[in-house]
Design a protein around this ligand. Structure first.
Ligand SMILES: C[C@@](CO)(OP(=O)(O)O)[C@H](O)COP(=O)(O)OP(=O)(O)OC[C@H]1O[C@@H](n2ccc(N)nc2=O)[C@H](O)[C@@H]1O
Ligand SMILES: Nc1ncnc2c1ncn2[C@@H]1O[C@H](COP(=O)(O)OP(=O)(O)O)[C@@H](O)[C@H]1O
Length: 282
């Protein structure tokens, strides 16, 4: 049986504004998502074992029922047009809960792969809607285009942006998304951007609070800012510095303090997962 191998790329929030809080506690966001040419890798192989969804690889002790890959496969199961089960092998490269969306990206890649392999014949908007049940960031990975998101991240407006190189640094702390969003000091009233906005008008509304709560994030931002424009992605803890070319990013990566981890990558207007899936289908 042929194996379908796809990337689950990282995302960056090039800005993240909080425009308000809904009655259900979720926050209205305005955020620019772009994808990196770096991420996890998932290999999908159909099996004759009809009911089985088996996940192996670097699942980092996440119980099967909590694994977003498993949840994505289960959500798609009712739409299967063939009887086969699936073996999914995960090669984890992305830090978990670091704001680069690895879990959401794994879930989206699983939805896209199994929609094809199980011949579910769902459209991308239908898959994105299913994905929203798994997390606010899943729809953008399913759609796979650099986009400004509104709502909780599900209303997507694709845009063209320049291609840059990023040095992403992973501070040695875990930031709780729920803690950030329930904190009384989080700013929640940034006005919506007006037409003609520039990236230089934007920021990350979680950054000041996360810096205060997690000094390691403050240290990381201060260190990167010596070299290039820098922001935090999502609710952190990862921070990214922007460069015009790979060499400049690499020079800074080479001087990274040894206790920190980091990687360099370029942003892509379309998720590499979508490109790979198209190539496989043709
Ligand atoms: C804010 C972002 C930006 O990308 O942060 P990161 O997680 O990437 O850092 C995401 O949208 C996060 O999405 P995701 O991580 O999928 O969040 P979810 O699991 O849906 O929600 C985790 C918790 O965060 C809060 N939450 C999340 C999203 C949102 N728009 N408003 C919220 O208030 C809720 O309390 C929720 O229970
Ligand atoms: N396959 C998976 N990969 C990563 N995280 C997962 C996965 N399945 C479930 N999770 C859970 O989802 C949480 C958020 O994951 P992730 O998308 O990496 O966060 P973030 O959006 O902050 O980068 C993790 O802390 C982890 O507990």
């Amino acid at each position: 049986m042929k194996t379908l191998t796809l990337s689950a790329p990282a995302k960056l929030n090039l800005f993240l504004h909080i425009n308000g809080r809904r009655e259900d506690g979720y926050h209205e966001l305005e955020t620019l998502f772009t994808f990196l040419d770096f991420g996890d890798e998932l290999a999908f192989t159909l099996t004759s074992n009809q009911q089985e969804i088996v996940i192996c690889g670097d699942t980092a002790g996440i119980p099967l029922e909590d694994n977003l890959i498993y949840k994505a496969a289960k959500i798609l199961e009712p739409y299967k047009k063939i009887a086969d089960g699936v073996d999914i092998h995960l090669n984890k490269q992305l830090p978990m809960g670091g704001g680069v969306g690895g879990g959401s990206s794994d879930a989206a890649t699983t939805l896209l792969a199994l929609n094809t392999l199980w011949q579910c014949q769902l459209t991308i908007p239908e898959l994105a809607k299913l994905g929203l049940q798994l997390g606010a960031d899943v729809p953008v990975f399913v759609e796979g285009k650099t986009a400004v998101a509104h709502g909780v991240g599900e209303q997507l407006e694709p845009i063209d942006i320049a291609q840059k190189w990023y040095l992403v640094v992973v501070p040695p702390v875990h930031v709780s998304t729920a803690l950030v969003f329930t904190h009384p000091d989080l700013p929640r009233n940034t006005p919506k951007l007006k037409s003609g906005w520039k990236l230089s008008d934007t920021g990350n509304d979680c950054q000041t609070l996360v810096k205060k709560l997690y000094p390691e994030v403050e240290k990381t931002l201060a260190w990167l800012l010596k070299y290039a424009p820098t922001k935090m992605t999502g609710t952190g803890a990862c921070c990214f510095a922007e460069f015009e070319n790979r060499e400049a990013a690499l020079r800074v990566l080479e001087t990274l303090p040894s206790s920190w981890q980091g990687f360099i990558a370029q942003n892509t207007s379309e998720s590499i997962c979508h490109r790979q899936l198209r190539a496989w289908q043709n």
